[in-house]
Design a protein around this ligand. Structure first.
Ligand code: PFF
Length: 442
């Protein structure tokens, strides 16, 4: 078999992993989830979820990936625990399902870039969203988005993924900082910030059962955990740099992008239609923001910049979603990467036709509420209770953390992570089931 690829440098790996983490979840979902769930109060719960549960979970995936040098499915057998293959398979399945609906939303973004150039959404953003978000236009844009994703993955780990993310991540950061700075000059910016960040702990107290799974689900989703993606990415590490150090950089950068997105979005809304009506999630984000661009001087250009940022964020994530199943087939069947990427992308395209006709919510919640927590639970139990100490010690290789820190992490992964995930899973499954039985998704 051909030699397995590796990243060309430590920075290459970090850019790719940040690219996976920074996505629609940061820029599209995060600000609106925060605003509608109690502002700064939600932020506290979310940051706790990211740093106390997400960060140690990222270390689990990195440890499995670098130790096994295999994709998420084959990794378990490689480490000598073939019975646990299912744990990785759930994640890879989740990444495949996510790719299908993520690409549909990526297609919306493409339509909004076109709309920014033509000015089509400036007059009536709601009508524009209606015309591009489902039906043939949505399927077409989804096809374009997934084709670009396939194109990048087909080029390989270093020449495709690493090169693309090295360009896209700095661009996202620079453009978002610019957008946030520009937004701060708008009249009413202060009202936007206070809507975004004013803590309302009573919202948390009264909606605890919704907010905890929302914050945890968002933490896993935004860090790309539970998909096998970070296992695959760490498996391409050819050298031993500090896994905790790399993770910390990735988690912090990802958080900065999410926060920055809020600092760009809310002043813009406050300066135009007002912030209150933007709290209704998916469609409203595209509608309220796009409507705001229609009311601002230079709004068309600002809109273009915003949707280009969103496109880069979406693409740098979708390539990781395609990479997880692709690396599995390439590793296990020895097939050519390009053929595999095209084949898997084509199947994801077909599956994505359902969300392109209105089932984004169903796909999203299946992943968020069910598949992710299940996958994370099993990999945590695996590293916590099953894997031998030699495999666990992979965490500290190349880093200055000692045996003691590894042991603390191990106990954290044994006890705290599973408990947090089980609570999340229970609440998430309950709400998904309610959605199914009340017909909310259909
Ligand atoms: N982290 C991405 C986001 O926040 O949009 C979503 C995602 C990408 C999840 C890649 C999982 C993944 F493998």
């Amino acid at each position: 078999m051909a030699q397995r690829e590796t990243w060309t440098s430590r920075a290459g790996f970090i850019f790719a992993a940040v690219g996976s983490a920074v996505g629609l979840g940061n820029i599209w979902s995060f600000p609106f989830q925060t605003a509608s769930n109690g502002g700064a109060a939600f932020l506290v719960v979310y940051l706790l979820a990211v740093f106390l549960i997400g960060f140690p979970t990222m270390l689990i995936e990195f440890t499995i990936g670098r130790r096994s040098k295999q994709n998420a499915v084959s990794a378990f057998a490689e480490l000598g625990y073939g019975d646990w293959t299912f744990a990785g398979a759930i994640g890879v399945f989740a990444s495949f399902i996510t790719l299908a609906f993520y690409s549909v939303v990526g297609g919306w973004v493409i339509s909004y870039i076109v709309g920014s150039v033509t000015g089509a959404y400036l007059g009536d953003a709601g009508a524009y969203f209606g015309s591009v978000s489902s039906g043939l236009v949505a399927v077409g844009a989804h096809a374009v988005f997934i084709a670009v994703t396939i194109g990048i993955v087909a080029f390989g780990v270093a020449d495709g993924i690493e090169r693309a993310t090295k360009f896209m991540i700095p661009a996202i950061l620079v453009l978002l900082v610019g957008l946030a700075a520009w937004a701060s000059t708008l009249p009413g910016a202060g009202a936007g910030y206070s809507y975004y960040l004013s803590p309302d702990f009573s919202v948390i107290a009264s909606n605890f059962a919704d907010i905890v799974p929302a914050a945890m689900g968002q933490a896993f989703f935004t860090l790309s955990l539970g998909f096998g993606v970070m296992i695959a990415y760490a498996s391409y590490l050819g050298r031993d740099d500090s896994l905790p150090g790399d993770s910390a950089i990735i988690v912090v950068l990802n958080t900065i992008v999410a926060l920055l997105a809020g600092f760009a979005v809310f002043p813009i809304l406050a300066a135009t239609s007002g912030v209150g009506d933007a709290s209704g999630g998916a469609g409203t984000a595209f509608i309220a923001l796009a409507g705001a661009f229609g009311q601002l001087p230079a709004g068309q250009i600002i809109g273009l910049v915003f949707f280009v940022v969103l496109l880069f964020a979406a693409l740098s994530s979708s390539i990781s979603l395609l990479e997880a199943p692709t690396s599995y087939v390439v590793d296990s069947q020895g097939m050519e990467r390009r053929t595999v990427a095209i084949g898997i992308g084509a199947v994801a395209f077909v599956l994505g036709i359902a969300p392109a006709y209105g089932y984004v919510g169903l796909f999203n919640d299946l992943v968020f509420n069910v598949l992710l927590p299940v996958a994370v639970l099993f990999i945590a139990l695996f590293v916590g209770w099953v894997a031998n100490r030699e495999a666990v010690d992979e965490l500290g290789r190349g880093s200055s953390i000692g045996e003691g820190a590894t042991t603390i992490w191990l106990w954290w992964v044994r006890i705290v992570v599973p408990i947090a995930v089980i609570v999340t899973l229970y609440l998430g499954v309950t709400s998904f089931y309610t959605g199914l039985t009340t017909g909310a998704y259909f």
